[in-house]
Design a protein around this ligand. Structure first.
Ligand code: NAG
Length: 258
């Protein structure tokens, strides 16, 4: 009984003492519970800091309309709502708790989270990170659209290049040939020296924009970039020989016949 009346009495005092101080702060029960100088175990300031921390996260969604891709950037805001139990006089109103928090000197903080681009993604024009490994609209580079609609490890596949092999390579432009990449699709690659090319087993072993070429005249699978599509011309058949030691991806031309 004594306990009950003491509680009753203190709440009457609190209710009477709800005045404003010179800062315009409401000296109400909520404020007292948050301030609670006599409860050093209450993490009032820390709890207020979390409550007043708004997080704004940049997100993206993709829309494709009639083959035109638009990346829409939007922001997702997270506002904390948890009011600690000791601040129960504030629990009916987040605004009351915020106000009490401001009155103990905690200022609201807004953190904007912009994702940093991970492997295989690029930010185009300071925009959000986009997949450039398999996105046929941004294949290997921002805005590089694949005519074929297929982007493999950041390189456009070329369907008309149906993956020819050393010894019977189809040409696809000046000094370019239709090779096969690791998944079996054709791509148009340059005739370059094998020596500096990286070894590979899968497209993922290669840098963005390169694929693992499995049908060149090099004696091993090599990471190879693509010939620009504009360099493609009518295919010309070339019969070369596999050069095991040094060699070029396209091999050497056949010896002249006399
Ligand atoms: C590839 O380039 C090398 C070096 O220039 C050249 O010897 C070879 O003939 C080329 N291969 C083809 C098929 O054009």
């Amino acid at each position: 009984m004594k306990f009950t009346s003491a509680l009753f009495l203190s709440s009457v005092i609190y209710a009477v003492a709800a005045t404003r101080n010179s800062n315009g702060c409401n000296q109400n029960n909520c404020y007292r519970a948050v301030k609670a100088d006599n409860f050093p175990t209450r993490p009032g300031t820390a709890d207020c800091s979390s409550f007043l921390s708004t997080t704004v996260e940049q997100k993206t969604s993709t829309e494709i309309n009639e083959g035109v891709k638009t990346i829409v950037t939007y922001y997702e805001t997270t506002i904390p709502t948890h009011i600690p139990a000791y601040a129960s006089p504030c629990s009916d109103s987040p605004a009351k708790y915020s106000s009490a928090c401001s009155c103990i000197g905690v200022t609201p903080v807004t953190t904007v989270i912009i994702p940093t681009c991970g492997p295989g993604t690029l930010s185009c024009n300071n925009g959000p990170c986009q997949d450039v490994l398999s996105d046929p609209y941004n294949c290997g580079a921002c805005g590089n659209t694949c005519e074929s609609g297929t982007c493999i490890n950041g390189q456009c596949s070329v369907p008309s290049c149906d993956g020819s092999s050393c010894g019977s390579l189809n040409g696809c432009g000046a000094d370019c040939f239709c090779f096969k990449e690791a998944s079996g699709k054709g791509f148009c690659g340059p005739n370059v020296s094998c020596a500096p090319l990286k070894d590979c087993n899968a497209n993922s072993d290669c840098d963005i924009g390169e694929v693992c070429a499995i049908s060149t005249c090099c004696s091993r699978n090599v990471c190879l970039n693509s010939c620009a599509l504009t360099r493609r011309s009518l295919a010309s058949n070339f019969v070369g020989s596999r050069d095991v030691n040094a060699g070029w991806t396209g091999g050497a031309p056949p010896p002249a016949l006399f």
